[in-house]
Design a protein around this ligand. Structure first.
Ligand SMILES: *Cc1c(COP(=O)(O)O)cnc(C)c1O
Length: 385
């Protein structure tokens, strides 16, 4: 019967037709520490955002199990209906203190945080100023708000200032990643806060990748530069990366956070995160504050960088270490060759990055062993002689 049905999707082109850039999912059957496996194959994972190895940490699993048995597996409703919990408020207080802001708001995910935040702050008269390499969620937020968006070349503060001089409006927002996800480099947050002051704008910094990883204590890019709590600054962080779980949070003034609680659509019209997600976020915060995981990550970053100095690496001091392979096909071959040797490394190609900018995106974790890093580096040197 299925064969006789007309194929509506294909015939009408509802979806983008598959191209040679077709992305594939890898349904891993098992994850354990830094290993992922599928059927009988196993790889050391050098392409996850599990920077501190917390996704499989026993303390994290225990916290989730305890929350599941105590509170059930779901929150049952939006936070504004009946899905709120004292644990969520405890988590928000602790996050605000840890990051150095007046208040915090926990939401479903980084995608929901950014879309909801910008949609709430901006409207069709607002001008946004965005780094060209910003995360998709920041781009989509400005689109949903119907704001007038101006993109500037990656980390190009001069061009940003020129745009601010040219485009005046009552409400303006500068929007940027903290640590950039594809390049592993860092926004010039000091220069940006200075521009926000000089041109009377807000500044949103999404430090999804820096949270839990960057700076001596892992608090992130903003804290490394002592800018936390600045009245013009709104920071976003997530639980899906170094925190090893799921969910996200927004940091700012008491007034801003209260305003978002009242009107942010992705908060109001979306189910609160499950109790186990709240519990694992609280547990992750405890572990991160102990500091040893963050230090182990930094040590692994140093170990990796020391062994790849002569390779065409992008300059990055973060856990994201891109090795430029430029050519699309060469990148795919390199990733496959690494896979055959037991390393899982992401091949990043267009449209994720511009044509000719393909790369292997290696991400490091505190849980990689010295031996795993050494072996990967040997393999990389063989690929790029
Ligand atoms: C991963 C990421 C997000 C999305 O967060 P999720 O919780 O996975 O939805 C948002 N912004 C940046 C910069 C990210 O890297």
């Amino acid at each position: 019967m299925a064969e006789s049905m007309p194929n509506m999707l294909d015939s009408r082109n509802w979806l983008v037709p598959p191209t040679e850039h077709c992305r594939r999912m890898l349904p891993a059957t098992r994850r354990q520490g830094m290993h992922i496996s599928k059927e009988h194959q196993q790889w050391v994972n050098f392409s996850s955002n599990d920077y501190l190895g917390l996704t499989t940490d026993t303390r994290m699993c225990q916290a989730a199990n305890d929350a599941n048995s105590q509170f059930g597996v779901g929150s049952g409703a939006s936070r504004l209906i009946s899905g709120d919990s004292p644990q969520l408020h405890t988590l928000e207080k602790k996050l605000a203190i840890w990051k150095g802001y007046e208040a915090a708001l926990v939401v479903g995910s980084g995608m929901l945080a950014n879309i909801g935040l910008i949609q709430t702050l901006a409207n069709r008269h607002t001008h946004t100023f965005a780094d060209r390499l910003n995360h998709a969620s920041l781009v989509d937020g400005t689109r949903l708000a119907l704001a007038k968006n101006h993109r500037y070349p990656h980390r190009d503060i001069k061009t940003l200032e020129g745009l601010l001089q040219r485009h005046t409006a009552e409400r303006r927002i500068i929007v940027s990643d903290g640590v950039f996800s594809m390049d592993g480099d860092i926004a010039d947050v000091c220069a940006m806060i200075a521009l926000a002051e000089a041109y009377d704008t807000l500044l949103i910094i999404d430090d999804a990748h820096g949270t839990g990883t960057f700076g001596a204590d892992g608090r992130g890019v903003i804290q490394q530069h002592h800018l936390q709590g600045h009245a013009r600054l709104i920071e976003v962080g997530t639980f899906g990366k170094a925190f090893g779980g799921y969910g996200a949070f927004i940091l700012g003034t008491e007034e801003l956070i209260e305003g978002l609680r009242q009107s942010m659509r992705t908060l109001i019209y979306s189910t609160a995160i499950p109790p186990a997600a709240t519990a694992t976020a609280l547990q992750a915060l405890e572990i991160i504050r102990q500091g040893d995981r963050v230090q182990a990550l930094h040590k692994n970053i140093q170990r990796f960088r020391a062994r790849t100095e002569t390779l065409p690496m992008l300059a990055s001091e973060t856990a994201i270490q891109p090795l430029m392979t430029y050519d699309d096909q060469a990148t795919l071959s390199a990733a496959n060759a690494l896979r055959a040797q037991g390393f899982f490394v992401a091949a990043i190609r267009p449209p994720t990055v511009p044509t000719g900018q393909s790369r292997l995106r290696i991400t490091l974790s505190s849980d990689h062993t010295l031996e795993q890093i050494k072996q990967l580096c040997v393999a990389l040197h063989q690929l790029v002689p």
